[in-house]
Design a protein. Structure first.
Length: 132
């Protein structure tokens, strides 16, 4: 067990931590680590939280760009729901727990995304062909 994916209070693995293989955001965390190998663990968690909040996933992450002049790390994803995300790297990264909390809070918000996705799928499929 890696110390980083264990809750110090309970000693239990934390599947909500993107560093944990059971996390829904583990693939995104790993992809960001692959693309930004020099980033600290805390910064990678911050990037993961920012991407997650903008519907950017490991599968739709298209671009990672560092704007040196502006001190911004920019992320772009493909897909209808993905919006550009940026992180000001001139500001120290938050504690890992803070980034994990941001992901949890985002996940607890009422989401129109799942409704929009299901509606889009319904529209694309069209009416059933039961009456053929």
């Amino acid at each position: 067990q890696r110390r980083s994916s264990v809750d110090p209070a309970s000693g239990q693995q934390r599947p909500d931590d993107p560093r944990h293989p059971g996390s829904a955001n583990h693939a995104l965390y790993n992809e960001l680590h692959r693309r930004i190998p020099d980033a600290s663990e805390a910064r990678l968690l911050q990037f993961t939280a920012a991407c997650h909040a903008h519907e950017i996933t490991a599968h739709n992450l298209q671009q990672v760009h560092f704007d040196r002049a502006g001190g911004q790390m920019l992320f772009r994803g493909s897909g209808m729901l993905a919006t550009p995300a940026s992180v000001d790297v001139r500001v120290p990264s938050p504690q890992p727990q803070q980034s994990i909390l941001q992901i949890q809070q985002y996940d607890q918000q009422p989401q129109m995304a799942s409704w929009a996705t299901s509606q889009s799928a319904t529209i694309q499929q069209g009416p059933g062909l039961a009456g053929r």
